[in-house]
Design a protein around this ligand. Structure first.
Ligand code: ADP
Length: 171
């Protein structure tokens, strides 16, 4: 049984086995949550990312978490760049969550934290993204025991909570 929780705060403070980052295809440090995770993990994270890059949109790849200990792994996933919604964005975003869990399973991860992938610089509408995140995580078979959806702002937090209880949230 997998539990899904919603939290508000900085994902770099999460004490879980794996933290997911909203990366770009190069797996070098980006802005937003990826920048925060790279700063917390240290420069080895970008070196390890470069060694396994590129990562296609919708895919996920893992590296050690370096200075983010006690977190063991960073799972880098690349969201879709929002372009109006008719270009497969929803399927790519769902794939980010599915692939991240598959990679987590390969690594034996029991507790994982996700940010709101693609809802920052990549421009995905946060309400739709929250619904996709919750639906996809619920539909995916996994050995992960705890999934924490970490929002960085109140609006995202509310939208994720609404998605979790099955109501479409305000967008
Ligand atoms: P993307 O390029 O995939 O859109 P961003 O990093 O720009 O990724 O934004 C994704 C989400 O991560 C946004 O909701 C943003 O507010 C959030 N975010 C930014 N910094 C942090 C952080 N330190 N912890 C958790 N979430 C964060």
């Amino acid at each position: 049984m997998t539990a899904i929780e919603v939290a508000l705060g900085d994902i770099t403070r999460e004490r879980v086995d794996a933290v997911v980052t909203a990366a770009n295809e190069s797996l070098l440090s980006g802005g937003g949550v990826d920048g925060a995770i790279h700063r917390a993990a240290g420069p080895e994270l970008a070196e390890a990312g470069a060694a396994i890059a590129p990562c296609a949109p919708g895919d996920a790849k893992a590296t050690p978490a370096f200075g983010l200990a006690p977190v063991k792994y960073v799972i880098h996933t690349v969201g879709p760049i929002w372009d109006g919604g008719a270009y497969g964005e929803a399927e790519l975003l769902a794939s980010c969550y599915r692939r991240s869990l598959a990679v987590a399973d390969e690594l034996g991860v029991r507790r994982i934290a996700f940010p709101a992938i693609a809802t920052g610089v990549y421009g995905y509408p946060p309400g739709e993204a929250a619904a996709i995140a919750v639906r996809t995580l619920r539909e995916t078979r996994t050995g992960v025991e705890l999934i924490r959806l970490v929002a960085f702002d109140e609006e995202t937090h509310e939208l994720l909570e609404a998605a979790l209880v099955g109501h479409p949230g305000r967008v």
